[in-house]
Design a protein around this ligand. Structure first.
Ligand code: ADP
Ligand code: MG
Length: 493
C-alpha cells in the first residue's frame, strides 16, 4: 500500500494492485481512519504466501509425512493406517450398504452394483437425526437406535435390490470420530467429539458395538469395512476414475488421505498387502510447520478448545476463516473510527462471522457494495461507509487467499512425497485429487487461490497432469464400495 503526500488531515492512498498493476481503487479518507492502514499492511505482510513460503510448506508437509510413517508419534501428522489395500475397480457386483455417523445425523445408503458395464444400478438413502438425549446416553442406547434405523431401512427394499441366499447384508461404516483402526473392519474409539458424550464406548471396538446392536435387532447385517470419511471419498472417486490417488476434504474441518506403497511405511510391521499399496489417512489438519501466522491466529488458537492443536486446520478450513476476519475487524474497530466510535457487541462475539458470510461479501459486484454493507450491519452490527467496506474486503481477501494457497501447498506436499516414492508415476501421467467439502464446493475464490498455488508450485507442464476434481458426497458410496471390495464372501470382481 502506498500513502501519497496530500494536504494534512485528508490523505489519499491506494489499496492493493491488481495483477495488471492497475490500482483497484483509490480512496480519500480522514486522517483518523488512516490508523487502520498499518493494521492492514501488517496483516497482508504476515499472511503473504509467495512461492518460497509455499515451497517451504510443501516440503515440510512431505517431510512430516515421512516422519509420521517411520514411527507412531514421529511428527504432527498421525499418518493412520486405514487397512484399505484394495480399492474399487468398477467390477464390484451385488447389494451393499453404507452407514455414515459423523454428527447429529446418521445417513444410510443402499446400492446395487452391476459390475463394469452396468455400474450403479440403483441407490437409495435415508437420513435420521439423532435425538439429543442419545448423545448423552449409553453406548447400547445409541447403537440400538442406529441398528433399528438400519432395520427399518432394510425392510423398505424394492424389487431392484437382490441379496443372494444365505448371505448377510454387508455395510461400509463411515465413523467420523477419532478411532485407532486395528484392521479394515475393526477400530477402537479414542474419544467422542462434536458434542457427543456417550458412556461406555471409549476404548471399545465400534464395529463390535454396531454388530452386536444389529444382532439384538435380529438384523442380518454385518460391517465389512470401517472407513474414515476421506478414505470413503477416495474410494468413491476411484470407482469412476482409476487415476484418483489423493482425496482431500475442505469443509468445516479438513483432512487428506492418499495411496501409499507399503514399502514406504517403516512403522507398518507384519501387515501384508497383496496389492503392495494401502491408503494412509494423514490427519493433516494437525500440520503446523512453517505456516505464516499472525497475532489473530495465535489468539484464536489460545482461546480454542484445543490450543496448540490442528493449526493447519485453523488456518485453512471453513470453521475458522470467518472468525480470523472477525478478529482483525475487532482490532480495526478498536484502533480507528473506521466503523464509528465503539466496537459493537455483536462483533465481539466469537464465531458470529461465518465463512459463508465472507464468501457472500466477496461475491458482491455492486458499485456501492450493498451486500457487504448489509452483511456487516446484520451479522456483526457494523455501520460502514464505502471506504470501510473496501478495507473489510481486503481483510477477507487476505485471509481467504492465505487459506486457499496453503491448502494448495499441502496438496503439492502430498504429491511430492508420492512422486519421490515412485518416480514419474505421479507427475509423469494424469493424477487426480478428489475434493469434497462445503468450503471447496461453494467458495469459488478460495478454489481459484488453491489452484493458483498448485500451478505455481508444480509449473505449467506438470500441473497439466494434476487434476483437482470436486466429488460431491462420494464418501457414502465409497464406503459401500469398500464393503464390496472387502466382502466376507467369495467374489469374482
Ligand atoms: P462438514 O465439513 O461439517 O462435514 P461440509 O462439507 O458440508 O460439512 O462443509 C460445511 C462447511 O463449508 C461450513 O462449515 C462452511 O465453513 C463451509 N461453507 C458452506 N457453505 C459455504 C459458502 N457458501 N461459502 C463458503 N464456505 C461455505
Ligand atoms: Mg463432511
Amino acid at each position: 500500500m502506498s500513502v501519497t503526500a496530500s494536504p494534512p488531515s485528508v490523505r489519499s492512498f491506494t489499496l492493493s494492485r491488481s495483477p495488471r498493476g492497475i490500482p483497484r481503487f483509490r480512496m480519500t479518507v480522514r486522517s483518523s481512519v488512516v490508523s487502520v492502514a498499518p493494521i492492514l499492511t501488517k496483516l497482508q505482510k504476515e499472511c503473504a504466501t509467495p512461492l518460497p513460503v509455499l515451497r517451504h510448506v510443501a516440503d515440510a508437509m512431505a517431510a512430516d509425512m515421512r516422519a509420521g510413517l517411520a514411527v507412531d508419534g514421529g511428527s504432527d501428522l498421525q499418518m493412520i493406517l486405514s487397512y484399505v489395500d484394495s480399492l474399487p475397480t468398477g467390477n464390484e457386483k451385488g447389494l451393499f450398504y453404507a452407514l455414515d455417523l459423523g454428527g447429529t445425523n446418521f445417513r444410510v445408503l443402499r446400492v446395487q452394483l452391476g459390475g463394469k458395464d452396468e455400474r450403479v444400478v440403483a441407490t437409495e438413502f435415508d437420513q435420521v437425526s439423532i435425538p439429543q438425549e442419545l448423545m448423552f446416553g449409553t453406548s447400547e442406547e445409541l447403537f440400538d437406535f442406529i441398528a433399528s434405523g438400519l432395520a427399518k431401512f432394510a425392510k423398505k427394499e424394492g424389487g431392484k435390490y437382490h441379496l443372494p441366499r444365505g448371505r448377510k447384508r454387508e455395510i461400509g461404516f463411515t465413523f467420523s470420530f477419532p478411532v485407532k483402526q486395528t484392521s479394515v473392519d475393526s477400530g477402537i474409539l479414542i474419544k467422542w467429539t462434536k458434542g457427543f458424550a456417550v458412556s461406555g464406548t471409549a476404548g471399545k471396538d465400534v464395529v463390535a458395538c454396531l454388530n452386536e446392536a444389529m444382532q439384538r435387532q435380529g438384523l442380518d447385517m454385518q460391517v465389512s469395512a470401517l472407513v474414515n470419511d476421506t478414505v470413503g471419498t477416495l474410494a468413491g472417486a476411484r470407482y469412476w476414475d482409476d487415476d484418483v490417488m489423493v482425496a482431500v476434504i475442505l469443509g468445516t474441518g479438513t483432512n487428506a488421505c492418499y495411496v501409499e506403497c507399503v514399502d514406504a511405511i517403516p512403522k507398518l510391521k507384519g501387515h501384508n498387502s497383496t496389492s503392495g499399496r494401502t491408503i494412509i489417512n494423514t490427519e493433516w489438519g494437525a500440520f503446523s510447520n512453517g505456516l505464516p501466522l499472525t497475532q489473530f491466529d495465535r489468539e484464536m488458537d489460545a482461546e480454542s478448545i484445543n490450543p496448540g492443536e490442528q493449526i493447519f486446520e485453523k488456518t485453512i478450513s471453513g470453521m475458522y476463516l470467518g472468525e480470523i476476519v472477525r478478529r482483525v475487524l475487532v482490532k480495526m474497530a478498536e484502533a480507528g473510527d473506521l466503523f464509528g466510535e465503539s466496537v459493537p457487541e455483536k462483533l465481539s462475539t466469537p464465531f458470529v462471522l461465518r465463512t459463508p458470510d465472507i464468501c457472500a461479501m466477496q461475491q458482491d459486484n455492486s458499485q456501492d457494495l450493498v451486500d457487504v454493507e448489509s452483511i456487516l450491519y446484520d451479522v456483526v452490527g457494523l455501520k460502514s461507509n464505502l471506504n470501510a467496506r473496501k478495507i473489510v474486503l481486503e481483510v477477507c481477501d487476505t485471509i481467504v487467499k492465505r487459506g486457499g494457497r496453503l491448502a494448495g501447498a499441502g496438496i503439492v506436499g502430498i504429491l511430492q512425497k508420492m512422486e519421490e516414492e515412485s518416480k514419474g508415476l505421479i507427475y509423469g501421467k494424469r493424477t487426480v485429487v478428489a475434493m469434497d467439502g462445503g468450503l471447496y464446493e461453494h467458495f469459488s475464490q478460495y478454489r481459484s487461490y488453491l489452484q493458483d498455488a498448485v500451478t505455481e508450485l508444480l509449473g505449467s507442464e506438470i500441473s497439466k497432469n494434476v487434476v483437482i476434481e470436486h466429488t460431491k458426497d462420494g464418501s457414502g458410496i465409497g464406503a459401500a464400495l469398500l464393503a464390496a471390495s472387502n466382502s466376507k464372501y467369495e467374489h469374482d470382481f
